[in-house]
Write a new protein. Structure first.
Length: 154
């Protein structure tokens, strides 16, 4: 015996709205390439040159029992790309290589940074990591060179 699939929350809301006589239906979130995808791709390619960056997909997954499970790394505001950049310490520091924690928030040219994203960037910087907003791979290179020159992050 097969049971019908449990309806999604969106389907339930739409049905209730319809029963109340409403005409607007809640639409599904767009799938496929999103506006920041090109920036994320450029940031990921840049990250491969100096270390390792991983796409940090944050969100919630619907569970079969109706609950939700968070996915992704870190709190709200965590960067779109997380990982490390390999840095060679100067000869005065024994010439060792270290991995510096890195978080990069990708934005389109018109994208705005939310308060919680800015707070997360400042938190990572205060702890000695590299964190910034990137709109292109060139932004990544500029920010990394600024950090390496001892200017830190803007």
């Amino acid at each position: 015996m097969r049971y019908a699939r449990r309806p999604t929350q969106r389907a339930v809301r739409n049905q209730l709205e319809f029963m109340r006589g409403g005409t607007t239906m809640e639409q599904a979130k767009p799938r496929g390439k999103q506006p920041e995808s090109k920036v994320n791709d450029a940031v990921k390619q840049w990250g491969r040159l100096r270390g390792q960056l991983y796409r940090n997909r944050r969100g919630m997954i619907d569970l079969p029992n109706g609950g939700k499970m968070p996915i992704g790394l870190g709190p709200n505001g965590a960067g779109d790309n997380v990982g490390w950049q390999t840095v060679t310490i100067t000869p005065a520091m024994l010439g060792r290589k270290v991995a510096i924690y890195t978080e990069i928030e990708s934005k389109t040219d018109s994208g705005l940074l939310a308060e919680h994203q800015l707070a997360r960037i400042e938190e990572v910087r205060d702890a000695g990591g590299i964190a910034f907003v990137a709109r292109s791979a060139e932004d990544c290179e500029e920010e990394f060179n600024r950090w390496r020159a001892g200017e830190g992050n803007r």
